[in-house]
Design a protein around this ligand. Sequence first.
Ligand code: AMP
Ligand code: GLY
Length: 431
Amino acid sequence: MMNVLIIGSGGREHALAQKILAGNRCEKLFIAPGNAGTAQVGLNVDISVTDFEKISEFIKTQEINLLLIGPEVPLVAGLRDFLESKEIHKKLLIVGPGAHGARLEGSKEFAKDFMQRHQIPTAAYRPFQRNEYEEAKKYLLSQPLPIVLKADGLAAGKGVIICNTHEEGLAALEQMLVNRQFGAASESVVIESFLEGIELSVFVVTDGKDYLILPEAKDYKRIGEKDTGPNTGGMGAVSPVPFAQQGFLKRVEEEVVKPTIAGLKKDNIDYKGFIFIGLMNCNGSPYVIEYNVRMGDPETQVVMPRLESDLLEMLEATAKGTLSNYQLKVSPMYAATVVMVAGGYPGSYKTGDEINGIPENTSKMKVFHAGTRNSECNTKVFSNGGRVLNVTGLGDSLEESLHNAYEGVSKIYWKDACFRKDIGQDILSMQ
Ligand code: AMP
Ligand code: GLY
């Protein structure tokens, strides 16, 4: 039996927490800082994800055996390295890469150089620093349209701009490099060619030697229906992805996953954790759009409900380097999640609205909390963020899973709640 601490407070962490508890290997489960949903499955701890000293102290006093780091910020900031440098945490099992491996997400240039070095297919690109503004402009004007600009560092999913004209490109370049639109994150940029195709995400878990491929997912990034409006953290997701046929997934494994794991070894990056690979299917060939060094949110909310094997056992094997002994079992069921957000998101929005009607979980429908908090005496739930709740439906078909998700959504109410009504519709219309 193990004591587990999960770092984070999103729907991803609620889904991970619930799956860990569904097994029978967890003694005590803590989530820092957590939300009103994680408070139902474990004990929330009021520690910020970047307060490494407090996290370390908590791990010591509560005799935590396994630490699962959910979001990218503490990974990129080196939480793993910080804990590993302390003798008291010698036996602590940690799932999540150190700062070196986390650069795959923390720096677009690092990730692109990694892909190039290890012959992993990706869009052609060139990086530019702040003092190379003139060269960057020239390069941009010489490229065909559309063209993609990426802030090098973490920008909460907002640092990618797809430009349809050179004027737009020049304006975006000036915003990033000269006006530091994303602060330090845009002191350097990557300019890359546009990939035409259908996107999907593949999740890998690795102990540094072996790897397992978890169920794939498709997410819906834009706020508006039919993929319009600004990007968000994610408005919904489905898994499996019917257009990801076996032949394509095999190519992903051979051309992307294997060289990625081999590349980490060659570069002496000791990687124990998840790798979330954003892919474009360009006429049947996979190209990597990005690496993330964690699970996706809201993708986790459709991947975890499909996992039939014990999650904590998988996490333990990942941290110990014994993943080759783990038997992954995945349900053939479909899962679809709909994200309910606060009105105004991803722009400014209100928090503190009382949420009513959250249904009980069933075998066909599960609610995962994101930006929520409990009232003082735990009798009410209030909104506390932009993305507030995720409702995951399960079914034998995509239609059924969507039906079950939207049925759950229809019962939930708070002032100005919004959600996309078209999750999964693009896939259904392809069939
Ligand atoms: P990223 O933050 O790298 O995931 O980029 C955000 C989104 O921008 C991706 O999910 C894609 O939809 C889009 N994107 C990024 N790079 C490209 C590219 N080279 N070609 C086409 N779309 C892209
Ligand atoms: N859903 C995209 C992400 O987690 O980055």
